[in-house]
Design a protein around this ligand. Structure first.
Ligand code: GLV
Length: 317
């Protein structure tokens, strides 16, 4: 029986499946393992079912026992793993694409709505009964007719575009390559970021975190936006330079932000707290029961496929 380290607590059905297939070291207290502890616990394991909270950098990967042959990451993003270092050690890395597209796109839309329609201020006022209806009370930005710039038209970007279009938004996007016109569904392609940002009344960051995208939204690129635009991020905190975004909020260059992810999670940059126009969630993108079950099942399928065939269709390195 293969031995697997499962770094975070999963839903019961998923843990039951793991126990039936493997000698599984589960984390019943859902402790956040340090890199040192993770290395110790993986002793004798054939694989690790990791999560986005595990920082598997080069140093950590190099100290993993030789028996570890697969890192099956319980996420579509794999910015927490140095995939080249893993490759050098002959460890395959897999992710969980497709199954979280809908749930994450729903949160992407919530961010757009929450930021545009001043949800943070509205919720606070309602909870304290401290408001009075008036014709100009908490006036926000209407989505209908507003231009949405999608940075990264992958699965999640496309689903956000589809929903946003049904809400009357006008879709623009930037991607490494242009989609074929049948897949664009009327969206306008921009071959560079500057061009996309200059038409984005609302920006939705949907691209993966990589060497190329870290801090892509920064002091310089934020200037490309029209004044009073809205920035949302459903992808990864590393893509946005928080200091620059907070400064843009301070200067009202940016009117509001909607963030499901941010750097240094769970510690939010306190600069956001002074802005009531910041609508911020604690990384809820894939947090529905159906999706979390499907993600963990796919992470387990990836292990199974690898142990049976030495391959995985969801290999990323
Ligand atoms: C969630 O953020 C994921 O990458 O799966």
């Amino acid at each position: 029986m293969k031995k697997i380290l499962v770094t975070r607590k999963l839903l019961q059905l998923n843990e039951d499946r793991l126990k039936s297939l493997y000698d599984a070291k589960l984390n019943s207290n859902d402790e956040l393992y340090s890199q040192k502890k993770l290395i110790e616990l993986s002793e004798g394991c054939d694989g690790i079912l990791s999560s986005l909270t595990d920082k598997l950098d080069e140093d950590t990967i190099n100290q993993l026992p030789k028996s570890v042959k697969i890192l099956s990451n319980f996420a579509v993003g794999f910015g927490n793993i140095n995939i080249e270092a893993a490759k050098k050690r002959n460890i395959i890395v897999t992710n969980t694409p497709e199954v979280l597209t809908d749930a994450t796109a729903e949160i992407g839309i919530l961010l757009i709505l929450g930021a545009c329609r001043r949800a943070t201020e509205g919720i606070e006022a309602a909870k304290t009964s401290n408001w009075k209806w008036s014709a100009d009370y908490l006036i926000g930005k209407q989505l209908t007719g507003t231009r949405l710039g999608i940075l990264g038209m992958g699965r999640i970007g496309k689903k956000i575009a589809k929903i946003a279009k049904s809400l009357g938004m006008v879709i623009h996007y930037h991607n490494r390559s242009k989609l074929s016109s049948d897949k664009e569904e009327g969206a306008t392609y921009h071959k560079d970021l500057k061009s996309l940002m200059s038409v984005s009344d609302v920006l939705s960051v949907c691209c993966p975190a990589s060497k190329e995208t870290i801090n892509l939204i920064n002091k310089e690129t934020l200037e490309y936006l029209p004044k009073g635009s809205i920035v949302t991020n459903v992808a990864r905190g590393d893509i946005v330079d928080d200091e620059a975004l907070i400064d843009a909020l301070d200067r009202r260059k940016v009117y509001a932000v909607g963030l499901d992810v941010y750097k240094g999670e769970p510690n939010l940059n306190p600069g956001y707290l002074k802005h009531k126009s910041a609508f911020i969630l604690p990384h809820l993108g894939s947090a529905t029961k159906e999706t979390r079950l499907a993600m963990a099942n796919l992470a387990i399928d990836n292990l199974e496929e690898f142990f049976k065939s030495g391959k995985s269709k969801n290999k990323v390195n």
